[in-house]
Design a binder for this molecule. Structure first.
Ligand SMILES: *Cc1c(COP(=O)(O)O)cnc(C)c1O
Length: 363
């Protein structure tokens, strides 16, 4: 077959991004400066209903610094999902605290509030849900647990720019939240992360930690990092911020088309009151998932992704024995189809026909 390959993800970089980077290059002001400050302001207005935003050089750095700024450290426990990208638990471990792995609910693949509640100890400092695939976690139930025990809520919103629950945006629930700006995410700055917080002390500590602990030059107040975003990356992010709303609508329209036309596979559910931004459109294929992925690629020239094949607790880096049945089940059956805004009508038809054909053949 000679059809063009449809990739699982495709960052959209256009003339405006190139011109914005060129303007920064011409200015000579390459490192963190006015572009970064403007990006923070605009991100706050467009995606956070005005909550403060602090830019850093990766999403992972954002989680790490957010946890440190929230006072997480050795002796503390933070409850996280195991069914996520390793950066979630890595960032907890890097503070010296212990990530405690909780199970997920199979309908939306986000933390199970019931299981989280059973894991709270006197060492628990906070709960960090992931809005996985762009679907908001059950924040009201998790907030009730946090309030009952006097512990904090943090958000890994790496995949969920623009998602909301009951009209409230993700990134405005936790002490802090992190949005990744990696190229495959719903918007990008090349590499980068944005941390939101409504707590002025946490915001100030974040700004110190990303810049060697300095507010005034050479008067370091604490031991910090160089986690600064560059003006070059911020310039890309500012352009992308003007487009992310339209891209999200296209993702949602692509998802609605798949919902209406896929047969023989499990399609993603959406909770009442949730706005899903479809970082991934994740189906379930219970029979021979890996064969399905291979056939999609080899026979139909369609890319897909398995996020995530090995739950974090079983990675060599953590190597824990846990009983997380929904996590194990999800890891065995999920496949994410291309849902990105570059798909055209023909691509969407090809994806539906390929998936339905393979599902029928496997049944
Ligand atoms: C991408 C991602 C991260 C890390 O973000 P980077 O910008 O790649 O460092 C963390 N958590 C989740 C759930 C992610 O998808």
């Amino acid at each position: 077959m000679s059809k063009d390959f449809i990739p699982a993800a495709k960052p959209i970089i256009g003339d405006e991004e190139r011109a914005a980077v060129d303007a920064v290059l011409r200015s000579g002001m390459l490192a963190q400066g006015a572009e970064v400050a403007a990006f923070e302001q605009e991100f706050s207005q467009v995606l956070l209903d005005g909550r403060a935003a602090v830019a850093v050089n990766s999403g992972t750095a954002g989680l790490h610094l957010g946890l440190l700024a929230a006072g997480v450290g050795p002796g503390d426990e933070v409850i996280v999902p195991s069914f996520t990208f390793a950066a979630t638990a890595n960032s907890v471990a890097l503070t010296g605290a212990t990530p405690v792995f909780a199970d997920i609910e199979l309908d939306h693949y986000c933390l199970s509030p019931e299981h989280v509640a059973s894991l709270v100890t006197e060492r628990t400092k906070g709960i960090m849900p992931v809005h996985l695939y762009g679907h908001p976690a059950n924040m009201p139930a998790l907030a009730a647990i946090a309030e009952k025990h006097g512990i904090a809520l943090y958000e890994d919103a790496a995949q969920a720019h623009g998602a909301s629950l009951d009209g409230r945006r993700v990134g405005t629930f936790g002490t802090f939240a992190m949005f990744s700006l990696y190229p495959t995410k719903n918007m990008t700055s090349g590499e980068g992360g944005m941390v939101s917080t409504g707590d002025a002390d946490v915001e100030r500590t974040l700004r110190l930690l990303r810049n060697q602990g300095m507010e005034r030059q050479y008067e370091n107040e604490l031991v910090g990092f160089n986690a600064r975003m560059t003006n070059l990356h911020a310039a890309i992010g500012r352009v992308q911020l003007t487009k992310v709303g339209g891209w999200t609508e296209t993702r949602r329209a692509n998802a609605a088309f798949f919902d209406a036309n896929l047969t023989g596979v499990g399609v993603p559910a959406v909770a009442d009151g949730a706005v899903h931004v479809y970082h991934q459109y994740t189906i379930t294929v219970p029979e021979d998932r890996d064969g399905f992925v291979k056939a999609l690629k080899d026979e139909h020239q369609i890319g897909s992704g398995v996020y995530y094949p090995i739950p974090n607790h079983r990675l060599p880096s953590f190597d824990r024995v846990e009983d997380l049945p929904n996590t194990e089940k999800a890891a065995a059956v999920v496949v994410s189809l291309p849902v990105h805004p570059s798909l055209d009508d023909e691509d969407r038809e090809r994806i539906v026909n390929a998936v339905n054909t393979l599902a029928k053949a496997g049944a």
